[in-house]
Write a protein of this length. Structure first.
Length: 74
C-alpha cells in the first residue's frame, strides 16, 4: 500500500508543477516545466503550448522546449 501512495504523491507533485507552469509561471522557458511538458502526449502538449503562447505571446519569440512543432500553428 505504501508504494501506491508514493506513486500517487509523485503524480500529484508532477501534475501540480505542470499546471503551475502552464497557468501561473512568469517564465515560459522554465527548465522543469519544459521537461515535463516535452514528455506529455501530443494533445496535452498542444493544449499547454497554446496556453503558454496565449499568456506569453510577444514576450516569447522562440517556442519553449517541447512546443517547437506547435508554436507556429497556434
Amino acid at each position: 500500500m505504501g508504494i501506491i501512495r508514493v506513486i500517487v504523491l509523485l503524480l500529484l507533485v508532477v501534475g501540480g508543477y505542470w499546471a503551475f507552469y502552464v497557468y501561473a509561471s512568469s517564465e515560459p522557458y522554465d527548465e522543469i516545466g519544459t521537461a515535463i511538458n516535452s514528455r506529455l502526449p501530443a494533445d496535452a502538449r498542444a493544449y499547454s503550448c497554446a496556453e503558454l503562447k496565449k499568456r506569453h505571446g510577444a514576450a516569447a519569440a522562440n517556442p519553449p522546449a517541447g512546443c517547437e512543432g506547435y508554436w507556429a500553428s497556434i
